[in-house]
Structure formats: structure tokens, C-alpha cells
Design a protein around this ligand. Structure first.
Ligand code: NI
Length: 526
């Protein structure tokens, strides 16, 4: 099921009954704050497009009015309804503070992903600096780790100062994604939501923006008037304008958290608001879509139409290794596989694809020759590729020409198989000296976590070592020539993510560009 949860939320059906009662019994009741009966497009037999174009009201119904819904259930779509997203977790623990920031991005390159990554990178770095620390992402901090994107995670105990970013997918329909992000700052006993915004992005048009972008420039005052009407109908505002004296930024801040549903726009308004748009205690004000329609921007009209249409979500797709990750922002780890490709490598690539986890493969030339198609798949799915020599010798024991030949012949084999070149060398047995480094013509990638999986200690032991011995920036050594290693990989990925790690290629750990030829690394930047 991929349709937006909005269409079939039980609460929506509950309101239908309430609305009908209201319309039938108290049509003349002044201030009846219930709108026209909502059309539940997902009821069996309903046609979503027909529902969307149904005339909104008949003359016997109560005219739609803005209204307050105390305890309004904010939508939070699960991975079944919003599949294919990538989870982000930036966490840091210091003596003075804790940061747990979660958001979700579409896979691969996307304007929304870039915007959110940039926004939260600035936010968490600024917060750490404010407390006299440089940002340094950690693991074992956030319960739930890097789990399903925007899943509901257990809250950490309020210990000292903290910054928390909580995300929720509020809509996923057609090519449109809506993500609500709430930033909570806690200082001692006081917790304040310092920023609330719901972001929308249309993968088809590349357009994106927060809730404030849904409205026509200059129409903000009209929208605020509708919100004020909703507050007044619930007795939450006097006759005066509750938004008088608000700064333009304050207005923008309130409108930024607009959630679009099939029938309404829902704006979270602070009950005790300050002119900068912040405040305490929020209440949801629902404004019927047709009342707000004249004030929507073209982007807002498109978002409203998409949400009303309730088309199945068509997530963007991208190769497994194409997700951009900033390993100075989140805690990365690289799993690496030597000696392949082998007859087990395809199963490994399948598992990595299903879990959307990039890896780095150090290929042995003689096996490349036997499995050229597998090399092609590794390239197509954008995993990292390294050179592991042709015949797996101790390079320090070979004369110069043979060292060069071992490396060059393997480069040629990889190029013949997949028209690319490996970008690093892993010498067999980690056997390297200054002479080999000078001859390599490539950066040298070793490891800091050795699972000794080649001794076949069992999948559970391999997994336990890979998970528990990793730290931020680790490069984990394994071999895709062993079936029990391949069998251990899904558990390893889950276990690393539970601790809060983001899987990245070795190259990703260095911002996409490995250090220069002859440089030796055994882990990423820490
Ligand atoms: Ni090897």
C-alpha cells in the first residue's frame, strides 16, 4: 500500500460522522466549527480522481469555516506508505550536551536532500560551537540508531542541554514528498520547539519549499486572518488580531509549518505566540482548502492538487551507492570485501541493494576475468572499487617490475570488464612498505577492523566482530569469497545501523576523493 495515509485515516472518517450530525441538527448554530463532510477517497469503491473533483458543498451544508482541532493527529507515514527514503542521523554526545537530529532524504541526488543536509549541518555545528565544541558525530547515542526513515524513535531522557530534530513524513503521493521537521531545544527542565517546518518537494518538477512557499507572496495577511478566525471560533482569541505586531519572519515561521491534507490546510499556531512566530503550546488550525485556495502560490496549488489526487507514491530511484553522504556530519563506517568477485558476490550485491547499503570491493584480477558481469553490476550500482592485485602475492617480496605488473594487469582487467579503473590499492595481507607505496600509483587502503572471516568462525562471530569493533570512520575487512561472510552481511548492516552508523564507501569517507597516490589510510577521518 503506497497511498498517502491521509485518505484512509480513521480519524478522518470519525469527523465525517461528526460533521453530518452538526450539519443536520445544528445548521443554524452560530460558530459550528465543523466543515463539510470530508470525502474519504480510500473507502472501498471510491474513485480517488472522482472524489477530488466532486463539487465541494451543496446549499444545505454548513459553510466551511476555519476551525481548531485540539489533539489533531499529525500524520506520520511508515516505510510501507513512503518507501525508498534514506534515513539520516546526526548525533553527538559531549559532557555539556546531546544532539540527536533525524531527517529523511530521497535517494541519490535531490534538491530536498541537499537542502535538508545543509540546513541541519549548519544547525548542529552551530549548536556544538555554542557549547565550545567542534561537531564530531558519534554512535551509541540515539535509541533506534539509523533505523527506518522518520520512524517514531524512543526519546532520550532529558539530561542537561540537548538539541533534537524529529522528522515525520506527512505526505507521499505521486512524485510529491512532504516532510515535517520539528527542532526541540532543551535547557535543563525547559524544552522549546525552536523551529517547526513542513517541507514539500516534487521530484518531477524539482520544485521544493517549506509551508510558507505554498502561499502567494503578499497573501500572508489573508491567510493569517483565516487562522485568526479559526482561533476565535474556538474561543482562543479575542476580537483583536492575534497576529498584530508580528514580524515578517514571525509570520513566515508560523506558515512554514503548514500540512496539506485532501480537504484542508493545517497550520500549527502557538497558543501563546510571540511576534517572532515562536511561542508555547501549539494548536492545529484547519482551514478548508477552498477558503485558502485564492491565496496559494502555483507551487501551493500543485501540492494541494497532488495531495487531493492521492496517487500512489512513485519514489525516486537511484543506484545503491549513489546516496550523497557527508561523513563529517554523520558517523560513517565502510564495509569492504577482498579477493572477489566470486560465485557468492551476486548474492552479496542483492543483499546490499535490498538494504540500500554501499560497500567497497577490492578485486583480484584473476577473478575479474572469471566474473566480468559481476564487475559490471558493482559499477552500475555505484559501489566502491579497489585493486587487490592479480595473483595475490606479498608485494614487498617482488621486484619493482612485478609489483607494477600485478597492479597494472588488474587495472586493465577491470577496465576490460566494466570500462572503469579502480581508484585505490589494497595490497594482499596488508603487506606494504615505502617502495610499494611509491610504485602503486594509487592510494593504499588498509583497514582498522579485521573480522578474520577467512578463518570461517561462523556468520554470527563475523557479524559480532564487525558490529562491536567498529568506531566512527572504521574500514571493516571481509572477504566475499566466503559464503558465511555473505550470509552475515544483512545482520552486520542492521547491527551497525542500530548503533547509529551510516554505511558509506571508503571514498565517501574522504568526501568522494581519496588522498593522493601512495598515501596510506586504514580508516576515514575521525
Ligand atoms: Ni586478499
Amino acid at each position: 500500500m503506497t497511498r498517502s495515509r491521509w485518505g484512509r485515516r480513521p480519524a478522518a472518517r470519525g469527523r465525517v460522522g461528526l460533521a453530518l450530525t452538526c450539519a443536520a441538527v445544528v445548521a443554524a448554530l452560530v460558530g459550528c466549527s465543523v466543515a463539510r463532510p470530508a470525502v474519504d477517497a480510500s473507502q472501498p469503491g471510491d474513485d480517488a480522481s472522482a472524489a477530488a473533483s466532486t463539487p465541494p458543498a451543496s446549499s444545505t451544508e454548513v459553510p466551511p469555516q476555519p476551525r481548531v482541532d485540539v489533539g489533531y493527529p499529525m500524520p506520520r507515514l511508515g516505510p510501507e506508505e513512503a518507501p525508498g527514503l534514506v534515513a539520516r542521523l546526526a548525533a553527538m554526545a559531549a559532557p555539556e550536551f546531546t544532539v540527536v537530529a533525524r531527517w529523511a532524504t530521497p535517494p541519490g541526488a535531490s534538491v530536498l536532500g541537499d537542502a535538508l543536509d545543509t540546513r541541519f549541518a549548519e544547525m548542529v555545528r552551530g549548536y556544538a560551537e555554542e557549547h565550545g565544541h567542534e561537531w564530531s558525530p558519534g554512535v551509541d547515542i540515539a535509541p533506534g540508531g539509523v533505523g527506518a526513515p522518520c520512524a517514531r524513535h524512543p526519546l532520550t531522557e532529558p539530561v542537561g542541554a540537548s538539541l533534537t530534530v524529529d522528522c515525520a513524513i506527512v505526505t507521499a503521493t505521486g512524485t510529491l514528498l512532504g516532510e515535517r521537521l520539528v527542532v526541540i531545544r532543551r535547557d535543563g527542565a525547559t524544552a522549546t520547539a525552536v523551529d517547526r517546518a513542513t517541507w514539500y518537494a516534487d521530484a518531477a518538477t524539482g520544485e521544493f519549499g517549506d509551508g510558507a512557499a505554498l502561499y502567494r507572496p503578499g497573501a500572508e495577511a489573508r491567510v493569517l486572518a483565516l487562522l485568526a478566525e479559526g482561533l476565535r471560533s474556538a474561543g482562543l482569541a479575542g476580537s483583536a488580531d492575534p497576529f498584530a505586531g508580528f514580524t515578517p519572519e514571525g509570520v513566515r515561521r508560523i506558515l512554514a509549518d503548514t500540512v496539506v491534507t485532501a480537504d484542508d490546510i493545517v497550520v500549527q499556531v502557538p497558543l501563546i505566540a510571540t511576534p517572532d512566530g515562536r511561542g508555547r503550546g501549539i494548536v492545529a488550525v484547519l482551514v478548508p482548502a477552498r477558503l485558502v485556495a485564492p491565496f496559494l502560490s502555483p507551487f501551493g496549488v500543485a501540492v494541494q492538487a497532488a495531495v487531493s489526487g492521492a496517487a500512489p507514491y512513485a519514489p525516486a530511484t537511484a543506484p545503491t551507492g549513489a546516496d550523497r553522504v557527508d561523513c563529517t556530519l554523520v558517523a560513517c563506517v565502510s564495509i569492504t570485501f577482498d579477493d572477489g568477485p566470486s560465485r557468492h558476490t551476486e548474492a552479496l550485491i542483492d543483499a546490499l541493494r535490498d538494504l540500500r547499503a554501499p560497500a567497497t570491493f577490492f578485486l583480484q584480477g584473476v577473478n575479474v576475468e572469471d566474473h566480468p558481469d559481476v564487475v559490471g553490476r558493482l559499477v552500475a550500482e555505484e559501489h566502491g572499487l579497489g585493486n587487490h592485485t592479480w595473483g595475490h602475492p606479498y608485494l614487498t617480496k617482488l621486484p619493482d617490475p612485478e609489483v607494477r605488473a600485478e597492479i597494472e594487469r588488474t587495472q586493465e582487467g577491470i577496465e576490460a570488464a566494466a570500462e572503469v579503473q579502480a581508484t585505490s590499492l589494497r595490497p594482499p595481507y596488508g603487506d606494504v612498505d615505502q617502495r610499494v607505496r611509491d610504485l602503486a600509483g594509487l592510494p593504499i587502503v588498509l583497514w582498522d577492523v579485521d573480522t578474520d572471516d577467512w578463518q570461517e568462525p561462523g556468520s554470527d562471530v563475523v557479524a559480532e566482530r564487525a558490529i562491536s569493533w567498529s568506531s566512527r570512520g572504521s574500514i571493516v575487512l571481509m572477504h566475499d569469497t566466503h559464503e558465511e561472510t555473505v550470509a552475515a552481511v544483512p545482520g552486520i548492516i542492521d547491527g551497525l545501523r542500530d548503533r547509529g552508523f551510516t554505511l558509506a564507501t571508503v571514498s565517501d569517507q574522504f568526501g568522494g576523493v581519496l588522498p593522493g597516490s601512495g598515501t596510506l589510510v586504514s580508516h576515514g577521518p575521525r
